[in-house]
Design a protein around this ligand. Structure first.
Ligand code: ZN
Length: 264
């Protein structure tokens, strides 16, 4: 069991599950001197300059008891204050990267932590940083309607927004146009930036745009989308969970796109 000289927050994961300590009906990130359970190679994470924290993978899942519970990272949004959910997301991205960057991709020698966000290969003299995968997400308006789709990889029956990963050499706007054309057969115009949100499942960032329908009839890409059409405000299907940028974008559109955008 690892020991520290002073107490710190412990962000401990088994796969995508986060360890939480129960405290009179609420839940919190454990704060103590020693790791509460056996970990392999914990490392320091800087989440906020005023917080001392470490993160690691657990060697096995902790069974729920009176003191402890493990919660999926997405579901932890329901258990933790928003700031702590965001910190847990960053810690999880680093834990995921730590597990998947044990060796130098150029020469195969073991990599060691160099700074709190990088590793270094002593042999190649190269520094490596966590990979972040940018994905575009777009809300398309057509008059008073909005395009909502159900993607086959959604966890649930809700409808969300068209989204897809950035490819090498693309601008963000080109990616938005390409994804909309590939997935729905539509062309769009007036692409404007909305906002972004880290999406640590396991290492993404969602970059949100608004756009207007220009032309075309909906032809769904069958292997990605199982449903998709334009909906009016009065006739909406089940919407994504509140924690997602998709929901924030839909809610902002429903509110009439007020000057102030909802922050994450
Ligand atoms: Zn190397």
């Amino acid at each position: 069991m690892e020991k520290q000289n002073k107490a710190c927050y412990w962000f401990l994961f088994f796969q995508d599950k986060l360890l939480l300590k129960k405290n009179n009906g609420s839940y919190q990130i454990p704060y103590q001197e020693n790791a509460p359970f056996g970990t392999d190679n914990s490392f320091e994470v800087v989440l906020d300059s005023s917080l001392s924290a470490r993160a690691a993978s657990l060697s096995h899942e902790i069974t729920e008891d009176e003191q402890w519970i493990m919660i999926g990272l997405r579901a932890s949004w329901n258990y933790l204050p928003l700031d702590w959910y965001k910190r847990a997301g960053k810690a999880h991205q680093l834990v995921h990267w730590d597990r998947n960057s044990r060796f130098c991709p150029a020469c195969g020698k073991p990599l060691a932590w160099h700074t709190v966000i990088s590793k270094y290969c002593d042999s190649c003299h190269q520094e490596f940083y966590p990979v972040i995968s940018p994905a575009m997400i777009v809300l398309i308006r057509r008059g008073e309607e909005v395009l909502l789709v159900h993607a086959r990889n959604f966890r649930g029956s809700f409808h969300g927004l068209v989204a897809g990963f950035l490819e090498v050499g693309e601008t963000l706007e080109q990616c938005v146009r390409r994804e909309v054309m590939e997935e729905t057969g539509l062309t769009i115009k007036n692409i404007t930036y909305f906002g972004s949100q880290p999406w640590p499942y396991p290492s993404g960032i969602m970059i949100g745009f608004f756009a207007d329908y220009e032309s075309g009839t909906i032809k769904l890409q069958d292997d990605e989308l199982s449903a998709g059409s334009f909906f009016s405000k009065e006739n909406l299907p089940e919407l994504p969970a509140k924690l997602s940028i998709a929901r924030r974008m839909i809610d902002w559109w429903l509110a009439g796109e007020p000057a102030e955008k909802p922050a994450f």
